[in-house]
Design a protein around this ligand. Structure first.
Ligand code: PMP
Length: 359
């Protein structure tokens, strides 16, 4: 029954199909929080070079990737578990630690995958609405009971792009019992202003088991390769290794991620163009009478003060793909990912036209 009532994660249509349907060409996609700059050229070269070994299984332990990452972020390799995107690490946590009938607490809205993975496992979702677009940490703590096994907190939150501080997270953990794992999803952590950035490493020795989830899909621009990881106490990692597939991270993905880690210049370029893009876009959007919500990520919400779904359609007709937010409970909002400067300009032009059409 839990599988029969599960609604699959909504897959976007292939770009070419969308273009055919809407009779457009040369569209731009600002819908999936990807890195418009693309990956480091070093990652592309490493992926290309790895193709000569496609007949071989990948390294089942991600040995070199784990060594390099552990050194870069100052942890031990046995505290890392890699996955086919951080999505897989979410699933591994649920597979290892949640029995049917046990509970997981998430916010609403939040990243859709947590609740779907819980349902697939026969677990129970306990959902706490965001307050003022932020996780309601007090209410989440109140909802914990003897059946609670996991709490997922995306920090920054998707879709609201808000963050909580080290202090509020520490105060929250004080109220969490030891048997509950707190998964801190840091998919967008790289984009957070350093002064507001919570450092998950500060919490890895906490009485409460904290697992940070990170990805190469966003700041490193490798969404198509599917590689993410969890950072955790080695004892928890040991359990995740028991339930994961032996070769869960493919060969080009390991090569690309490893090379991406060595290109700090490209990483910094990504962070800079993202910040500049967010502030330029926010200013321009406000000039058009819309409200741009502040963001600590590579995307942000816009209140277009009109039907968001209709506005999404009007943008699509002009070849600009964004994300409507009606399914998230925000009927007048759209979510847009920062593009390259020319894409951002095209979005603003299209938004100007679209607003005239839907009003
Ligand atoms: N967490 C959040 C909050 C996300 O928004 C996303 C991607 N949209 C992910 C995790 C999944 O990332 P990955 O590509 O590593 O599976």
């Amino acid at each position: 029954d839990n599988i029969a009532s599960l609604i699959p994660y909504p897959p976007g249509k292939p770009l070419e199909e969308l273009e055919r349907e809407y009779g457009i060409t040369g569209s731009i996609k600002l819908a999936s929080n990807e890195n418009a700059l693309g990956p480091s050229p070093k990652a592309v070269a490493a992926v290309t070079d790895s193709l000569k070994n496609l007949h071989r299984y990948p390294d089942g332990s991600c040995y070199y990737l784990a060594q390099a990452l552990a050194e870069k972020i100052g942890v031990s390799p046995n505290q890392l578990v890699f996955g086919n995107g951080s999505n897989e690490v979410i699933q591994l946590l649920i597979a290892a630690f949640l029995a049917p009938g046990e509970e997981v607490i998430t916010s609403q809205p939040t990243f859709l995958v947590y609740q779907k993975a819980v349902q697939a496992q026969g677990g129970v979702n306990r959902v706490v609405p965001l307050v003022d677009m932020h996780h309601d940490l007090d209410e989440i703590a109140r909802q914990i009971n003897e059946k609670t096994r996991l709490i997922f907190l995306d920090n920054p939150n998707n879709p609201c792009a808000t963050v909580f501080s080290n202090e509020s997270f520490a105060a929250f953990l004080d109220k969490v019992p030891d048997q509950v794992i707190v998964a801190l999803d840091e998919a967008y952590v790289d984009f957070v202003e350093p002064s507001l950035r919570l450092d998950a490493r500060d919490f890895l020795k906490h009485r409460v088991p904290v697992v940070a989830l990170r990805t190469f899909s966003k700041a490193y621009g490798l969404a198509g390769l599917r590689v993410g990881y969890g950072l955790m106490h080695a004892d928890i990692a040991d359990y995740l290794h028991r339930v994961r597939q032996p070769f869960n991270v493919n060969l080009p993905a390991q090569a690309g991620a490893l090379a991406a880690l060595s290109d700090d210049e490209h990483y910094e370029k990504t962070i800079a163009f993202t910040r500049e893009g967010i502030s330029w876009l926010s200013r321009e959007v406000e000039k058009l009478g819309c409200h741009a919500f502040p963001s600590q990520t590579n995307f942000f919400l816009i209140d277009v003060k009109a039907d968001g779904k209709k506005l999404y359609e009007a943008l699509l007709h002009q070849g600009v793909i964004v994300r409507p937010m009606n399914a998230y409970g925000y009927p007048t909002y759209i979510r847009i990912t920062v593009g390259l400067p020319a894409e951002n300009q095209r979005f603003i032009k299209a938004l100007t036209t679209a607003l005239g059409e839907v009003e």
